[in-house]
Design a protein around this ligand. Structure first.
Ligand SMILES: [Zn+2]
Length: 458
């Protein structure tokens, strides 16, 4: 896996895995995991499951009444890239079918290996480290399944899910099968967008999300090269479910922003996003990465529309000490916590420019330790690092006014009192929702991503 320039924070749910990874994917994981629904609100930005109620035909629908924007005069027609999406690895077999006639070929030589009628099922297995299709040996190391008539609106299915494009099966070194969907980039974005933002959200927010998701994909091309594909279909990259994940509104915004990506100095940017900023976004350096000119801390008043934006997580000093100990940070009995009081947009020795926690000090009977904000978030399981602490008897906790809390009563409560959900770097989805009432998607993008150009990848 290619190393990216970031060393970043982890998603709460995937924390143990991502903590050591130190690559850009952690942003994506954070975005997707922290943004999971916390209530049954219809407007939650991230959908829990894949929509199955999605007519695919809308894909071909042109954006109604759209005229070319003036900037398009400089657009150079380029071919739409194909992205290779890893759907599954380490499979003993793969079962494919199609609603039209289909063929399979040696992907190296293009030699046709077989043909099947509409509805016929092909089962691919591995025998003696060679592929077999329906029990018949084939010598190819890579097999590509494709619709026989490429102009027809027919789709291949693998493991019961329909996909646009072709399906490539790779024979891995360990004799198992890797399943890859080769799909045009915007067809891929069509299968991603409604996983990342609910299609009933405002159109301009959805368009901003489409450009961010496309930019993220362009940046990620080749990320999983070692495994034989570009991106995976999980929160590690972006969640993708093929045609089953599409929605008519999602496809409309993908089409309306066709090919658009954000670049900085001519290259696709790291278009991170997450659920809610809590009032101010984070600079990329706040997650332990390099300070990037396009990922700066900016005030985000429109994020105020986010539900559950203010949160509290309470526990006894004993519980907190035990969480620290299980993460390898044993302090004995917790005696005090030091943290400069939170002021939005104000840095301190232990706070970043947005006000997010840089370091928090825990003083116990055996030692005192400083823990980074992202690590605290992971250890305790907090929605964000834009937080302060409170302490006192249950239901009567007092705010942190002195920058230090002395813990005299082990039965009292420590409250992590914070704002926003997610890492805070890049676009707040709820902020985009709020901005969409008055702003166009390009204004939303230039609010969250500074100094970038919106250009056409194709
Ligand atoms: Zn991935």
């Amino acid at each position: 896996m290619r190393r990216h320039s970031f060393f970043v924070l982890v998603g709460i749910l995937c924390a143990a895995f991502y903590w050591t990874m130190g690559n850009a994917a952690a942003f994506a994981a954070d975005r997707a995991t922290v943004g999971l629904p916390t209530s049954t609100a219809k407007t939650n930005p991230v959908r829990a499951g894949q929509s199955k109620t999605t007519p695919a035909d809308a894909a071909k629908e042109p954006a109604a009444g759209k005229k070319a924007a003036p900037e398009k005069r400089g657009r150079v027609a380029k071919e739409e890239p194909i992205i290779r999406v890893g759907l599954a690895e380490s499979q003993a077999s793969a079962v494919l079918t199609c609603d039209g006639a289909y063929v399979f070929r040696d992907a190296m030589t293009s030699e046709e290996l077989g043909k099947r009628a509409a509805g016929a099922v092909s089962t691919v297995t591995v025998k003696n480290r060679r592929f077999a299709v329906d029990g018949k040996d084939v010598s190819a190391k890579k097999i590509r399944f494709a619709i026989a008539d490429e102009r027809s609106s027919r789709f291949l299915s693998v493991a019961g899910e329909k996909y646009r494009g072709t399906i490539l099966l790779l024979l891995a070194d360990d004799g198992t099968i890797t399943v890859v969907n080769e799909v045009k980039l915007d067809d891929y974005i069509g299968g991603v967008i409604s996983e990342e933002m609910s299609p009933d959200w405002p159109t301009e927010a959805l368009k901003a999300q489409a450009v961010a998701a496309r930019t993220f994909a362009a940046y990620s091309l080749g990320k999983h090269d070692d495994d034989g594909y570009d991106v995976c279909a999980t929160t590690c990259c972006q969640v993708y479910g093929g045609i089953g994940s599409e929605s008519p509104e999602g496809l409309r915004v993908v089409s309306a922003t066709r090919g658009e990506i954000m670049t900085y100095q001519g290259k696709p940017i790291y278009a991170a996003f997450y659920a809610s900023s809590g009032g101010m976004t984070a600079g990329s350096e706040e997650m332990g990465g390099t300070a990037l000119p396009y990922l700066q801390a900016v005030r985000d008043p429109q994020d105020a529309v986010a539900p559950n934006r203010h949160w509290q997580v309470s526990m006894s000093p004993r519980e907190l000490a035990s969480k620290l100990a299980s993460a390898g940070v044993s302090v004995g009995t917790l005696k005090a916590i030091e943290l400069t009081p939170l002021e939005l947009g104000k840095s301190a020795a232990d706070r970043y420019p947005s006000g997010r926690v840089k370091n928090i000090r825990f003083i116990g009977t055996t030692q005192k330790v400083d823990i980074s904000g992202p690590k605290l978030r992971w250890i305790v399981g907090l929605p964000s690092t834009l937080l302060d602490i409170r302490y006192g008897p249950e239901n009567k906790t007092a705010p942190n006014t002195k920058g230090k809390i002395e813990i005299s009563n082990q039965n009292a409560m420590i409250v992590f009192d914070g704002y926003g959900r997610g890492h805070g770097v890049g676009m707040s989805q709820w902020g985009a929702y709020g901005m969409a009432a008055k702003s166009k998607y390009r204004d939303i993008l230039s609010h969250y991503y500074r100094n970038v150009d919106v250009t056409w990848l194709f």
